[in-house]
Design a protein around this ligand. Structure first.
Ligand code: MLT
Length: 266
């Protein structure tokens, strides 16, 4: 489905009924990442998964992008869908950085948070330099080079020999992003603020889901967020790297269902 928000056409999937569960993908990904949650959670929630601007089937608008801008797009999506009730917002990696921006701007729309494969801190100087290198690579060699550089890190090390089909599925997802999207993301990632002070302001139930073998954001980042968010629960997803909802769908979806039962989404 497509809807116009903030002057561009945004693609989204929408399945099920009940409390809206809005799923935000990471970099350089799109909503295909969330198919196992659209399939497996739409019996307990209304699962909505958009493609951020520049990604997947959403329009390839030029930058600058920022985490605040992505949060504004999501807020506009909720308005466009006529959703007035409070939502559960779930973000993976860069999507988690968007969740923090959403918390700062639109906390009144939230009834719960799920943060997966993400961190609160801003980029360190070496990380910022890495973003510049990737931007140069994207300009010079295109989106396929970004996909090639990310693919070996996105999944758990053991997944590569064991599940070649899943590796190819993730490759194909990472190729479905525009150059505008990649460049916009990288600048937004580089400039994002430190969200550590936001943790203490979160006053809705929070669930942290992190792959035990995440090669991009280590588990200790989730443990640090758990210490900073009042009452947060942490579920470690075994056999998963940076994409736990795809790599170990059973544990991931069950943890969200348990969160739903405990806090009662409906
Ligand atoms: C992501 O998966 O969204 C990115 O790898 C996050 C990051 O690079 O900080």
């Amino acid at each position: 489905m497509q809807v116009t928000v903030n002057g561009f056409s945004m693609a989204y999937s929408d399945a099920g009924q009940g409390t809206p569960l809005l799923l935000i993908h990471g970099f350089p990904l799109n909503r295909q990442l969330w198919q196992p949650q659209l399939d497996g959670l739409s019996d307990v929630a209304r699962v909505i998964a958009p493609d951020l601007r520049g990604h997947g089937d959403s329009q390839a608008v030029p930058g600058p992008y920022s985490m605040d801008l992505f949060a504004d797009d999501l807020n506009a999506l909720l308005d466009a869908l006529g959703i007035q009730e409070k939502i559960v917002l779930c973000g993976l990696s860069m999507g988690g950085y968007v969740v923090f921006a959403f918390c700062r701007k639109y906390a009144h729309r939230l009834r719960g948070l799920i943060l997966t494969a993400t961190r609160a801190a801003a980029d360190a100087p070496a990380g910022r330099a890495g973003r510049d290198q990737m931007m140069a690579m994207a300009h010079e060699k295109g989106v396929a080079a970004i996909s090639d550089s990310m693919l070996p890190k996105l999944l758990a090390p053991q997944t590569y020999p064991a599940r070649p089909n899943q590796v190819e599925q993730v490759r194909s997802i990472t190729l479905d992003v525009s150059l505008e999207g990649v460049l916009g993301d990288l600048a937004a990632l580089k400039e994002r603020p430190d969200s550590t002070p936001t943790l203490a302001q979160i006053d809705v139930p929070a669930l942290l889901l992190h792959g035990a073998d995440d090669q991009i954001i280590p588990l200790k980042e989730a443990q640090a967020m758990q210490a900073g968010i009042r009452g947060a629960r942490l579920a470690v997803v075994d056999g998963a790297g940076h994409l736990p909802g795809l790599e170990n769908t059973g544990i991931f979806n069950e943890a969200i269902k348990a969160f739903e039962r405990f806090f009662g989404f409906p």
